[in-house]
Design a protein around this ligand. Structure first.
Ligand code: TYM
Length: 332
């Protein structure tokens, strides 16, 4: 059986990178598999967040996911902090994960920067909690963008080492599920940096709450080049910004990049950009409208998260018990 598990941090806004790299596929996978999706609020506290803002962001991110098509009737949706099995399992796995493995994590290096000594312990141990998130539910597939691949490789290593060290077949070894297209959507201002909620420039990303005028402005100002579009994707080699815009169009339209280029070959960005902006607006504006409706009923969102958490806790319990037993702690 296919069991899909994935999470997103409830920090700020959902952007087009999250949507095309992960959420759009979460929504699709609901038709094929049992899906468990969560807001990684325990990951969010590895850096300082204003507490009141975090509380509001959890609800807003839940609403955004539902607005994108995550269906709480078919899938389980909750926030991590409601399911203590997550931090509990993370602690159990801390005995298996190696410091050397965590030292190699590029995200930790990027986020801690030059001030490693001043980074939080939570930021360093972050991937162990992520391993717990997926191993608790015997996930087979984990749909994520490219930037999460290394964390999931660590989850695989943890699962294999734990099963081997304790002579059990407790954990399913999960597969990262990275889309062929959309796995790495880049900033609109810099084709060498990924689109990210931590970029100080709001012009670098399309938020799923941006209105039509803002989207049109951001696309108009997006960095591109003065050359014409070629007929094939291969010929866009070396044109990072142009590739990014064509890729965004292709993933949004659910077409191949070559197919899109066949239509626009010989035209410049003056022609391409307005069509791209229209497509973005067509996809995003219904999501924004649903998002606003949902946010008007915070109690309904809380009820969905509470219900999802109860279901998740039930699914996680046997694996958590199994881990305690394997470790020689059967009588907790
Ligand atoms: P987060 O919250 O940074 O991002 C959520 C999802 O969006 C993808 N993503 C992108 N994809 C393509 N292009 C981009 N520019 C882009 N930016 C973000 C991410 O790859 C991710 O799939 N640590 C995770 C959350 C997490 C998790 C988990 C994920 C916690 N536990 C267990 C999977 C399984 C994170 O911070 O994602």
């Amino acid at each position: 059986m296919m069991r899909v598990v994935s999470g997103i941090q409830p920090t700020g806004n959902l952007h087009l990178g999250n949507y095309l790299g992960a959420i759009q596929r979460w929504v699709k996978m609901q038709d094929e598999a049992e899906c468990i999706f969560f807001l990684a609020d325990l990951h969010a506290i590895t850096a300082y967040n204003d507490p009141a803002e975090l509380t509001a962001n959890i609800r807003a991110m839940a609403a955004a996911l539902i607005a994108c098509g995550v269906d709480a009737e078919r899938s389980i949706l909750f926030n991590q902090a409601r399911v203590p099995a997550h931090p509990e399992m993370a602690w159990l796995l801390n005995g298996t994960a190696r410091i050397g493995w965590l030292n190699r994590m590029t995200q930790f290096k990027e986020k801690s920067g030059k001030n490693r000594e001043g980074a939080s312990v939570g930021l360093f141990a972050y991937p162990v909690l992520q391993a717990a998130d997926v191993l608790l539910y015997q996930a087979t597939h984990v749909p994520v963008g490219e930037d999460q691949k290394q964390h999931l490789e660590l989850a695989r290593d943890v699962a294999i080492k734990f099963n081997t060290d304790y002579g059990v077949e407790l954990f399913t070894v999960p597969e990262p599920h990275i889309g062929a297209a959309g796995a790495r959507i880049m900033s609109l201002r810099d084709g060498g940096a990924k689109m990210s909620k931590s970029d100080p420039s709001d012009m670098s990303r399309i938020n799923l709450t941006d209105d039509s005028d803002t989207i049109a402005q951001k696309v108009k100002k997006a960095k591109s080049d003065a050359e014409l579009l070629p007929a094939t994707w291969a010929e866009l080699e070396g044109r990072a910004e142009a590739r990014n815009l064509v890729q965004i169009y292709a993933v949004l339209a659910e077409r191949s990049a070559d197919d899109v280029l066949a239509e626009f070959a010989g035209h410049g960005f003056g022609r391409f950009k307005p069509v791209l902006a229209d497509l973005m607006v067509a996809v995003i504006s219904p999501i924004t409208a649903r998002f606003r409706d949902l946010l008007a009923h915070p109690e309904a969102i809380d009820a969905i998260l509470a219900d999802g958490a109860a279901k998740a806790a039930e699914l996680a319990a046997p694996t958590l018990d199994g881990a305690y037993r394997a470790l020689g702690l059967p009588n907790r």
